[in-house]
Write a protein that binds this ligand. Structure first.
Ligand code: PHE
Ligand code: NA
Length: 448
């Protein structure tokens, strides 16, 4: 009886942990960002580098961040401070926690703007707004939304309020239960859409575009974009996985769990690509259209097929939900920090953090309209937030985390924790000490 109880307890906490980790990883990064980054970076060469980055760099860094979190059990900043002290290392390691928390904060500001787009399309979809749309109408609808700061503000505010509401009330239990149904539903719907794409005449070109690399298209810039996106999509480099690692029980097999997260995330991203590019090619759209890509392609299909209103409604609902489970994970580290470092309670901390992030999001959404010519280092505010985080803060934070695990943690305890054979452990050491850090550094330096 007690063995059964214990087993069950572990299973359900592992399940909860996996749902939270997958919920954080799978989000707008997979469905909105991955396809348009592929399009802007010229296709399969980007995809190939991206997949290598996920396997060789992302996967070991997921494990490294969880390992740090499981040992520290606090917000990422305090965790790094404690672990550095316990291992006799410099206080400077605390910067890993600081830059991670900052990155999460900055990312959420523009993530919420895109979450707002998804909400806005959800309402359009349900009211039958896509019916009979052609590509010009779809393009006009999207630019119309971007050009209207008032409605962008409303949707961004609504998305941020949903995120803050969930974080403040701590209804993680209900959210977890919902994820169990909604995440698989998203997978099924995406599979249907890939099936629809497979039947269209754009599918052959889409396959080629995604999987037949032309390596002459690789530049330092493209490789850095692939690396940065690998971190973004796996929720690495911003303290989120460090924070989630603190929920981990002793017995969870980190390598296996990390592999599951990486595979699920990759399957959803590739599925989004296979759903969207056939539409792009069949309709003569520009694959390099940028952040609007899914918002101008999907309405074309949903507007044409029978049951399109319902399917479109479901799709944007699931997209919003996937975005919400990621947004929650982005807000959590800032809230935790405020709670631990100020007299604020959970609700107050959530309100304060969300208000500042919301205001920054307003600056980001104005860069699509009234502030479109406000350029900082040649980028508008939205692009600046995106690039500063994906290309700078995430790689550097993740580099710090993997170096810390590779060089500063006691080897024997790491080996016990991973439960590897001596050969496996030698490979692990090679990867966390050299392959992953050098990979990040080379990409980083070559792009400068
Ligand atoms: N991984 C999420 C996505 O792909 C975004 C995210 C980034 C979430 C960082 C949490 C932390 O959409
Ligand atoms: Na992702």
């Amino acid at each position: 009886m007690s063995a059964l109880k214990q087993g069950h307890g572990q299973w359900s906490s592992r399940m909860g942990f996996m749902l939270a980790a997958v919920g954080s990883a799978v989000g707008l990064g997979n469905i909105w960002k991955f396809p348009y980054m592929v399009g802007q970076s010229g296709g399969a060469a980007f995809v190939a580098v991206y997949l290598i980055c996920i396997a060789m760099i992302g996967l070991p860094i997921i494990v490294a961040e969880w390992m740090i979190g499981r040992r520290g059990q606090k917000n990422p900043i305090n965790t790094m401070a404690d672990l550095a002290a316990a291992n006799g290392r410099s206080k400077g390691w605390v910067m890993v926690g600081v830059s991670g928390t900052l990155a999460g904060f900055l990312i959420l500001s523009f993530y919420s703007v895109i979450g707002g787009w998804a909400l806005s399309y959800l309402i359009d979809a349900m009211s039958g707004g896509f019916t009979g749309m052609d590509k010009d109408a779809a393009g006009a609808a999207f630019s119309g939304m971007l050009g209207d700061p008032g409605s962008l503000t409303i949707w961004h505010t609504a998305f941020m309020a949903l995120t803050a509401g969930v974080v403040a009330m701590g209804v993680a239990g209900g959210l977890e239960r919902a994820s169990k149904i909604l995440m698989p539903a998203l997978g099924v719907l995406l599979a249907l859409m890939v099936g629809y794409g497979a039947a269209s005449d754009g599918f052959g070109r889409a396959l080629e575009y995604l999987f037949a690399p032309d390596f002459s298209k690789l530049t330092g810039e493209v490789v850095l974009a692939a690396l940065g996106h690998a971190f973004f999509t796996l929720s690495l480099g911003m303290g989120v996985m460090i924070a989630y690692g603190s929920y981990l029980g002793e017995k969870v097999d980190l390598l296996r769990a990390a592999r599951t997260v990486a595979i699920m995330d990759t399957v959803i991203a590739l599925g989004a690509g296979l759903a969207i590019f056939p539409i792009v090619f069949a309709n003569g759209l520009d694959p390099a259209a940028g952040p609007g890509l899914i918002f101008v392609t999907l309405p074309l299909v949903f507007g044409k097929i029978t049951g399109g209103v319902i399917l479109a409604g479901m799709f944007f609902l699931l997209l919003t939900f996937a975005a919400l489970t990621s947004a929650i994970s982005l807000l959590e580290p800032s809230v935790e920090l405020l709670q631990e470092r100020t007299p604020l309670g959970r609700v107050g901390a959530t309100l304060l953090a969300s208000a500042v992030i919301w205001a920054l999001g307003i600056a980001a959404l104005l860069s699509f309209n009234v502030w479109s010519d406000v350029l900082i280092f040649g980028n508008n505010i939205f692009d600046l937030l995106d690039k500063l985080t994906s290309k700078f803060l995430l790689p550097l934070t993740a580099l710090g985390a993997v170096l810390f695990v590779g060089w500063c943690l006691d080897r024997d305890s790491v080996r016990d924790e991973l439960n590897l054979s001596s050969g496996g452990f030698a490979l692990w050491n090679l990867v966390v000490r050299f392959v992953a850090p050098i990979g990040v550094l080379v990409v980083f330096v070559s792009s400068l």
